[in-house]
Design a protein around this ligand. Sequence first.
Ligand SMILES: Nc1ncnc2c1ncn2[C@@H]1O[C@H](COP(=O)(O)OP(=O)(O)OP(=O)(O)O)[C@@H](O)[C@H]1O
Length: 579
Amino acid sequence: MRAAWKLSKYLKPYKHFAILAPILMVLEVVMDLIQPTIIQKIIDEGIAANDTPHIIAMFAAMMACAIIGWLGGAGCSYFSSKAAVNFASDVREDLYETITYFSNTNKDRFTLGKLITNLTNDIEMLQRALNMLLKIFVRGPLMFVGAVIVVFITARELFSVLFFVVPVLIICLYLFIKLSISLFRKVQEAIDQINIRVQENLAGIRVIKAFNCMRHQVEQFAGINQALTMRNMTAEQVIAALMPITQFVVNAGIVLALALGGIKVEAGVMEVGVIVAFINYLMMIMNGLMSSSNVLIQIARAIPSAERVVVVLEELPEITNADQPVKKEIRGDVKFENVSFSYNKHVEPVLKNISFEAKAGSTVGIIGMTGSGKSTLMKLLARLMDVDEGTIYIDGIPIRQYDLETLRGAMAFAPQKAALFSTTIEENLKYGKMDATKEEIREALAASDAYEFVEKLDKKEQHVLTQGATNLSGGQKQRLAMSRALIRKPKILVLDDTTSAVDSITEKMIQSNMKKALKGSTKFIVASKISSIKDADLILVLEDGRLVAQGTHEELLKTSVHYQEIMASQAEKGGVLNE
Ligand SMILES: Nc1ncnc2c1ncn2[C@@H]1O[C@H](COP(=O)(O)OP(=O)(O)OP(=O)(O)O)[C@@H](O)[C@H]1O
């Protein structure tokens, strides 16, 4: 319920639609309630008395009621849909924005499959529930109460039949609602499983194929799918069983009314038309109760969705701006002072007490065993996460004091895994600089040695990449990711192992282009090969989260055992240094 309350603010801009819809529904219900009484009058006062003008007048009144009712119903549908669709669209937009601003730590708390379910299924469920709530929540109870009152006023002789029909119907529907809610909860859980599995399998389809696990995956999916099918079937069967049961109760009520009414008509205390009107109202009572129960089920189904959406919306961003953020232009001096960081506060930190200084315009190479903390170090510099201890300074100011847009605007990051989008190459590069000209795009492509292969693609820079850029090789993807970073001409550039799939001659060429293009920028190059960083002004050697040595290539060769060991192991593997 708290979740529903939280989401209610999204309905505020559309409150006039949300108020108009039920009001129009009241109009429709009132018109529906009047009609059986008019039929009764046609029978008892028109047909029985052979009064044709009265029949025509009553028939015209009935037509008018039907038209007004129809207008009310159509208006209600129009406004309720408008409110529900706009409400859902706003929630979806906010949810997407929240997810987009997630820090790495925020993101790690949710699975991708779940977030996709939140943005699609859950929002859809909320939209449907709201639409139904605005349309039918008024209709059901109003029709039920209205019909009971009208029966009491106009067909009191048969009112006692309701003492049997109404309680039995209410008990049936109560049991039905209880059962449905638990069944639909299970259906939703099964849908979650399907979404998570589909998302994971499709993302890893190449690995699945490479390991020849297709059959296994298909079988696993079949199992989950079967579970969803069974749960859906059970839920559908319960719904299907309801109709005949309620219909039977109503039919029993009709038989009772006919028997009781027959006796009273014969005794001359009641007219035939009252029985006909009563049967109509009995149907309305049943419909009113059934539609109320349907709305309750829909709301119950939407509550878990609302809770899940609110959990994401309420996820506090880990990385926020300072109260008075610094918006000063960045020069590029970087200093780490006793920096420690851990992803999980219960285990040993992945970075321990790191201190170093890099002057603006210098090149810093970072090397170390896999898992030694190189990427983490760079993510801290871009404030993708915040340090636990120590301080990172840029131009002498702690990075936490910078305006996030200023900080990240001065940086460009080419991550280890080139994340390219399924759009044109040009658009992909524009993520680096939104207003990049064609000339700048070509320059950036040339600087990372991507121009040549892009020129060979059909449509060149307008070539559309597939999802995950599967239509490119690993090296091509890395080169495009580097172009995207270079085009920004950042004050601080981070290349996180971006040349692992590029041959060493091309790598050298890219580095020399980069030096020319980004003379004044501070460049961080994370690498697994010493040859990639040996010309750097400063090399950081990481081991198990500690900075075990720092200096130039020549200095480290003389002073650092760790560096000598890396050097020796790479020389053994094929003279990497001399490439
Ligand atoms: N999102 C994360 N959540 C928890 N632990 C993480 C996360 N990312 C990295 N780690 C852990 O932090 C440590 C350092 O990882 P990091 O990616 O920084 O190392 P790396 O030196 O860049 O490795 P590689 O050369 O393989 O890319 C590793 O032990 C890794 O398991």
